[in-house]
Design a protein around this ligand. Sequence first.
Ligand SMILES: Cc1ncc(COP(=O)(O)O)c(C=O)c1O
Length: 432
Amino acid sequence: MKLLQLFPITTKIKNDSLTIAENDIALMTEEYGTPLYLYDRATMDSAATGYQTALASHYPRPASVTYAGKAFLNTAIAQWTQSHNLFVDCTGEGEIAIAMAGGVPREYILVHGVNKSEADLKSALQSAGTIVVDNITELQRIVELSPIPDSQFPNLWLRLLPGVAVETHHAHTQTGQHDSKFGMTREEIMEASAYCKSRNLPLNGIHFHQGSNFRDPGPLTAAIELGLDIANDIVFNGEWHFCPGGGWGVAYHEDELPQPDINAYVRMVAENVIAGCTTRGLTLPHLHLEPGRSLVARAGVAVYRVGAIKRRGEKVWVLTDGGMTDNPRHAMYGARYSCLPVSGVSAERCEKVSIAGPYCESGDVVIEDLLMPRLEVGDLIAIPASGAYHLSMSSNYNGSRKPTVLWLEDGRAQVIMRRETVDDLLRRDASL
Ligand SMILES: Cc1ncc(COP(=O)(O)O)c(C=O)c1O
């Protein structure tokens, strides 16, 4: 079944029901309830290895993969990153703390953020190996907080605004366009570089990111060229680092299959960097890639239970117990998904349904107009490609509690995040 290619690589159909990593999904819901999130370790391992193998075969100098924590980060995921020696991109103090709880060593913590607070910067100065500087004000703030760099001072990379974005399905997932809020123009980068040099700051890298969930790496060429021109102008001392971001896409819907090829993307980046450095007489940098989604999206599956079905003319609403609070991506930017029933997988897909959650918003919809087998109240559905930007963007709207997350490996299922309780909701409140 083609649609299974959207699911984790260990997904199988047994007795017409879905299993992942030899765990029966329906049985797991009996023990842990719904909504339930499942993460398949083998799928994450395979993606990480895919990147590393591609880098090793296409790039002759040191190269590293950074896991973009914004896709989904908790202690267990941070621990997993270290089983592959991944750097971890942390946005601010909160994610730095999670990475540290997962044992990520200082040199592997890289800190991003478009308007880092003083607390973010203090935490980064104390615990990170690299700070990617977004703007000159931030650079000045770093110096105010730590005027004399010592041996523990993080490396500083400058975030370039390349002025060209990649093609994504929605403007909200583009970051590299000329009027984006992220990064610095070429002129600002040169000013920042002069500032670093005048204060002896350990500036040794250039970073840019052009958008998230793209399939055509074409626009990277111009941005890589600009980044290398700037590196040429800056003249780094010794080893330098170059990171053309992340954002490589994944398939969310069967129309988007086959899955985008990680090897082809990495080869294209590596070849462009090698050619651009050779032309300019630059030494090859330590090359970094910074994917989040393509490491973790396919590994994740959201499991919801159908609570009610409403037929309104042509429209069939399947109302589930999960929705925009655990997955806001459709509500935010119209992300498309597909799904399967957990049992009766092979039944004919005969009815067009829309899957909506239980929350008080008409926009609380996860899937629109998808052909599904005829569903009944009480059925379970499994939504693939749910591993990235769901739980990391989840909310407590309507007092909802964030779901249990299970880590699946070789027939075992382990809770890596328990379901929130009403007590969790009340924990921050104070009485009048
Ligand atoms: C700076 C930076 N790096 C990496 C990523 C990861 O993108 P993706 O999860 O699409 O690979 C993002 C996402 O927006 C980002 O802003």
